[in-house]
Write a protein that binds this ligand. Structure first.
Ligand SMILES: [Zn+2]
Ligand SMILES: [Zn+2]
Length: 291
């Protein structure tokens, strides 16, 4: 089994549109592809990103299926005589990989004709895919938690007396093939109560009142992401590791270029509590988690 990158020009064939509609498409068999070979499809200029991972299902087809005709533009190589192969899509990249990153990680020159890939470049692509999958699942789980907090909170709040101590890791499950540790709603709610429903980046950050409970709207965020639970002996889902953030700051933690200073400050603030929970972390490691 070989792994290849092939290039597609949207001017000739709208591979993005075609894979939106079909799980498998036929492609000109312009190299020694074999059944079960893995093929990454790179969309060329002006997009210049790696978009799909496919597997070769069949080779040596005499004609190509015409079902995706509307995605073929004008006269082009797809209509040449020759043999075709059937490509079944395995993954559409949620975050297609830009050419620049591919170049920095072992891709030599431009992607034109089909080429085999292996080693560093292949490892990079696979780990990028894995990381982006983990990231998407974490954000989904994060949103789910915060929505359920809003729906279950009521105005009757009892003050929380929190004594940090090590907590056993809960049983994990899988979402989209990604290992997920459950997030405890009570822990997250306690974290918001402890912060008195204020943003822990700065208490004067403005927010609005939640339609579900009339309380100032705040979101819970795990400073050390639960996606890294396996690297710790004790549960990360503890009040010590959960902060209350306004939605702006929360989004900045996940998407911001400059989230690091707030992150490090909050982490420092929680350092002792985290230690009491059996959680010790190097600053450089946490920055790696947030990359
Ligand atoms: Zn978060
Ligand atoms: Zn804030």
């Amino acid at each position: 089994m070989q792994t290849w990158v092939i290039s597609c020009s949207l001017k000739e064939y709208d591979v993005i549109g075609a894979f939106r509609e079909f799980d498998a498409i036929d492609w000109k068999q312009s190299a020694n592809f074999e059944v079960r070979d893995i093929i990454f499809i790179y969309v060329s200029h002006p997009i210049m990103k790696l978009f799909f991972k496919c597997v070769v299902e069949e080779i040596g087809l005499e004609t190509r299926s015409q079902k995706d005709r509307e995605f073929v533009s004008g006269i082009n190589s797809f209509e040449d005589k020759g043999r075709y192969m059937r490509l079944k899509r395995i993954t559409t990249f949620e975050e297609p990989i830009p050419f620049k990153l591919l170049s920095e990680n072992g891709l030599k020159g431009n992607v034109q004709g089909p080429r085999r890939i292996s080693g560093m470049l292949l490892e990079f692509i696979e780990s990028y895919l894995e990381k982006s999958r983990v990231n998407n699942v974490s954000i989904l789980e994060d949103n789910r938690l915060n929505e359920s907090i809003q729906k279950s909170l009521t105005r009757n709040i009892n003050p929380v007396k929190y004594v940090p101590k090590p907590k056993v890791k809960p049983q994990h499950n899988y979402v989209d093939g990604v290992k997920v540790y459950p997030r405890c709603r009570e822990v997250a709610i306690n974290a918001l109560i402890r912060a008195d429903f204020k943003c822990e980046c700065a208490v004067d950050h403005s927010t609005f009142k939640s339609k579900f409970n009339g309380l100032p709207y705040m979101e819970a965020h795990h400073l050390i992401p639960l996606a890294y639970q396996d690297e710790f002996d004790f549960s990360l889902d503890v009040e010590a590791n959960v902060v209350s953030l306004c939605s702006h700051c929360h989004n900045e933690f996940h998407y911001g270029q400059e989230a690091n200073s707030n992150l490090l400050r909050l982490l420092k603030m929680r350092q002792n509590e985290l230690m009491d929970c059996g959680i010790i972390i190097e600053v450089s490691l946490i920055l790696e988690f947030y990359k």
